[in-house]
Design a protein around this ligand. Structure first.
Ligand code: TA6
Length: 288
């Protein structure tokens, strides 16, 4: 049994079975689990309700590979590493495969606040030669709120792409429709721009970068309505690998695609978002 250390009345620090540092939150509103490996929110569930986040039953917690499910942080690039960074580096950057520092935990009337950070190190500079401070503020309350702040602590421009790559838990694809995504999207599967007309049905493999999402993205899942409210983003990504691709993903069951849908807060601009020295930029998502 792992040791459990209380940090506040509602937040404790323990370990996963594999030894990753794990924060457990249980307050008046919800329960949540967050591992310091990747500053990765693994679960969030309001009392008396179904879980909001999907976590793969084959997720790997070895402290090396990224964790499939929850909310991976993609940073400082999104997808394969771009030419400006150098090809062949870890997919979706390194923030999700580094161990973050726990800077603070506090309980408030509206929930528990967790503050995590990651700074450049020899390990990060080997992949991306920039000075930075990356912070993640997580509020576990009646909604789940994440603020990922990129601070440029160097003397040259910092250029990044990123995502709060939320895996939502769904009941079944046929009962899901998504609205608020806006019309234009880049279809990564066909490599072409396309247009969304009306609600999105989840009935096939999809990997889409919606370019003009509305303020609130609504995911209707049968009787349940999940709202995703993003900020600081330039796009919203919707991803479901469907049967043909989930079978190829080693850390996902073949039928895993039936219970998940990624709806992400993303910075996908081709040349990256520029953060000047001493400046910062925040990418946010609220899920409720
Ligand atoms: O956000 C969608 C996406 O970029 C897809 O293209 C898909 O590859 C997915 O993320 C998962 O990426 P991962 O590196 O976690 O396997």
């Amino acid at each position: 049994m792992s040791a459990v250390r209380s940090l506040t009345q509602h937040v404790s620090l323990t370990q996963t079975d594999s030894g990753l540092p794990l924060l457990k939150v249980d307050n008046a509103f919800a329960r949540a689990e967050i591992t310091l490996f990747g500053a990765h929110v693994l679960s969030y569930q309001r009392h008396g309700e179904a879980p909001l986040l999907w976590l793969s039953d084959k997720a790997i917690f070895d402290g090396v590979q990224p964790i499939r499910g929850g909310i991976p942080l993609c940073w400082p690039w999104f997808g394969p590493s771009p030419a400006r960074v150098g090809l062949g580096k870890p997919s979706h950057g390194f923030a999700r495969i580094c161990t973050w520092t726990l800077d603070g935990v506090s309980d408030h009337v509206d929930g528990s606040l967790i503050h995590l950070s990651l700074k450049d190190s020899e390990q990060t500079r080997a992949l991306w030669d920039h000075a930075f401070e990356l912070e993640l503020d997580i509020l576990v309350g009646k909604e789940l709120s994440l603020v990922m702040t990129t601070r440029n602590t160097g003397t040259t421009e910092l250029v990044y792409n990123g995502a709060l790559h939320t895996y939502l838990q769904i009941g079944a694809p046929e009962q899901v429709t998504v609205t608020g995504l806006g019309e234009p999207y880049f279809d990564k599967l066909s490599g072409a721009m396309a247009s969304q007309h009306g609600p999105l049905a989840v009935d096939r493999a999809m990997d889409r970068i919606y370019q003009a999402p509305e303020a609130v993205i609504k995911v209707r899942d049968g009787d349940r309505m999940i709202e995703v409210i993003n900020g600081g983003h330039d796009s919203a990504v919707v991803w479901n690998p469907w049967i043909e691709n989930s079978a190829k993903i080693v850390d996902m069951s073949d039928d895993g695609y039936l219970t998940m849908l990624c709806v992400e807060s993303t910075v996908t601009v081709a040349d990256g978002l520029v953060v000047a020295p001493d400046e910062e930029h925040s990418l946010t998502t609220v899920i409720r």
